[in-house]
Ligand binder design. Sequence first.
Ligand code: FAD
Length: 473
Amino acid sequence: MSTALLATLRSIVGPTHVITEGDMTAWEQDWRRRVRGKALAVVRPASTPEVAAVVKACAAAGTAIVPQGGNTGLALGSTPDASGTQIVLSLARMNAVRNVDTANLTMTVEAGCILQNLQEVARKAGLLFPLSLAAEGSCTIGGNLGTNAGGTQVVRYGNTRDLCLGLEVVTAQGEVWSGLQGLRKDNTGYDLRDLFIGSEGTLGVITAACMKLYPQPAATLTAWAAVPTMEQAAQLLGMAHQQLGAGLTGFEVMGQLALSLVGKHLPQLRVPFLGHKDAAWCVLLENSDSESEDHARSRFEALLQAALEVGCVTDAVVAENLTQAHQLWHIRESIPLAQAEEGLNIKHDISIPISRIPAFVAHADALLQSRIPGVRVVNFGHLGDGNLHYNVQAPTDCDAAAFLRDHEAQVNHIVYEAVAEFGGSFSAEHGIGQLKADALQRYQSPVALAMMRAIKNALDPQGILNPGRVLIP
Ligand code: FAD
């Protein structure tokens, strides 16, 4: 059966684009190297009709398909299982920009376009595509849509969902649905676009998207502020919203432990206020404005001055130029790498209503310490969006692998229960994939799960699209 299917797939995409041997690590292993799967084949179509024909052939053979973009996802959604029966459908060759419409402020792009390339396409057209995240050099817009990725500009521009006006999708039956008109208003029935965004390849294969563009800001200013407590970080966020309005484009928080790991493992980076006693937290703020740099700078500095006066900031530096701004962002984006250098750790990607974050952090920190003395919480994230990467590292005197083996389930339970108690979400950005499918069963309501299953069964009754991801069959 699989021999006949492989022959059909070769006839659709060409023999060199059906890969069954050689080093398949890039497609079979997840980004964090947690698991290694085994694919029946990696299939690399070059067009939407080819994707449709591949899906039709797989549906006829009853063969499962794992859609894949840059394979940078963090929830084990884009790698095949170990059975050797699943097809990895890589969209990487579908990387054309079909159209940039500067009057409509949109671009229509194929799913395999690398995010960084799309930022560049927008920049060349004199516009801004604001989606930005540390994996932008290798993740694709199809994967960003598949996971509804967030990133560093959500506080102003929203998640990938908010940036998308339309999709082209190949259904589980191999039909093509085209919804690429680029309309800002369209109330003709159910919103199919929003159904596919964030569905992690379980409802359809996204082949193209119409994405929103924005005017380039005239001035972008970046500051790094020392803040004594999480309450004061939240207070600073409130002040920034009040005084900067829509100019606030980034608000990241970093705990001293997270920054001390950057200082330890990446000593070439100069981390402001590292180890300062009144800087338990540092905040990275970004303001992007259509007004002149001088005007924007005086408003930005007035905010920081007001924050110093009320004591929610104890010290601050404002980047003098773009190079310094990039250096500050680079420190923030280096935290995951520094944490990986420190050893295996348990990652969480949670969101809590911003007003409840200080109480949540105090509660969860205390609970973890009481149950696992010496455990280290590496807490940082997109405070402006209420999203924390509340990661847990082994005590210093403990072997990291042994810690994970003995405590991962316990730590997840403590954190997820606390998140639920504070009205939050255990998966703010990275999605469910295989990694959190159990947690979804536990923390999503029965009514919501029943609706999700009904949607999955209606769109993919054979269950061939990314089985075992999001919903456990
Ligand atoms: P993949 O990893 O290939 O796939 C991800 C999921 O989408 C899978 O379920 C896959 O089946 C599905 N999928 C892929 N392509 C398609 C398609 N064409 N149609 C349907 N389904 C598809 N995420 C954030 O939200 N915010 C961050 O700030 C952030 N930072 C990151 C930093 C680093 C260093 C890394 C490694 C990851 C980060 N992520 C972040 C995770 C993020 O989800 C991915 O980087 C990105 O959105 C996934 O894109 P991808 O092309 O790599 O998708």
